[in-house]
Write a protein that binds this ligand. Structure first.
Ligand SMILES: Cc1cc2nc3c(=O)[nH]c(=O)nc-3n(C[C@H](O)[C@H](O)[C@H](O)COP(=O)(O)O)c2cc1C
Length: 197
């Protein structure tokens, strides 16, 4: 059966009119909705179904206060106001789960002992999954504010002290206050970035 094409409205929600949030309405995000994001994004493809993304959601003011010292100054106010903050991290021992996630072959053996391949695979595939996360959140009516402006070593020390998980980037979640959204920046056209051979 052919996959259905999304409606124009759905494409707008996920891509064309979706904007990066820079401020938030005072409207909570339920834990159920956070679960729904995961229940969609988990189906996005990863190498050998490795699924290296790990998510730590911060919702309480106490949890967000632990993050605050590590944020770039310009990211503090909006993050403290966000109804939820996702620390999008990667499991640096993701291959331990491959007997479960990719059971038809010994994929764990491809990675075991090869730290460079583990790091490359964890970063590439957790970044992909973080992209799926943003699109899933948008599909569920949420807005996202992804950020890489923070002290990663500090965040890792505070939230992932045993060293197994490493933060990739952070994503604020909620319902945007669009009076604070920046003007849309230009995008490349197809011919600027793509070629067909
Ligand atoms: C991985 C990543 C890191 C980002 N880091 C920051 C950041 O630290 N602070 C910030 O204000 N915006 C940050 N942004 C937001 C981008 O500037 C924004 O998504 C981009 O300009 C497109 O905006 P638009 O979605 O409204 O078109 C980041 C976005 C991504 C995807």
């Amino acid at each position: 059966m052919a996959s259905a094409v999304l409606t124009d409205q759905a494409l707008d929600t996920i891509f064309r009119t979706a904007r990066t949030a820079n401020g938030w309405q005072d409207k909570p995000v339920s834990t159920e909705l956070l679960r729904q994001i995961h229940d969609l994004m988990k189906f996005g493809p990863t190498a050998a179904n490795s699924c290296p993304l790990r998510i730590l959601f911060l919702q309480s003011q106490e949890a967000k206060a632990r993050l605050k010292p590590f944020l770039m100054e310009s990211n503090i106010e909006k993050t403290m106001a966000a109804p939820a903050v996702a620390l999008l991290a990667m499991d640096m021992q993701f291959h331990e789960h491959l007997p479960f996630l990719f059971p038809h072959t010994d994929a764990k053996a491809w990675y075991a002992g090869n730290d460079a391949l583990i790091a490359e695979t964890a970063f590439r595939n957790s970044s992909l999954q973080a992209g799926y996360f943003i699109l899933a959140a948008r599909a569920l009516g949420l807005d996202c504010g992804p950020m890489s402006g923070f002290d990663a070593a500090g965040v890792n020390g505070e939230f992932f002290a045993d060293g197994r998980f490493k933060v990739n980037f952070i994503c604020n979640l909620g319902y945007a206050d669009h009076s604070k959204t920046f003007g849309r920046s230009p995008r490349f056209g197809f011919d600027d970035v793509a070629k067909v051979l």
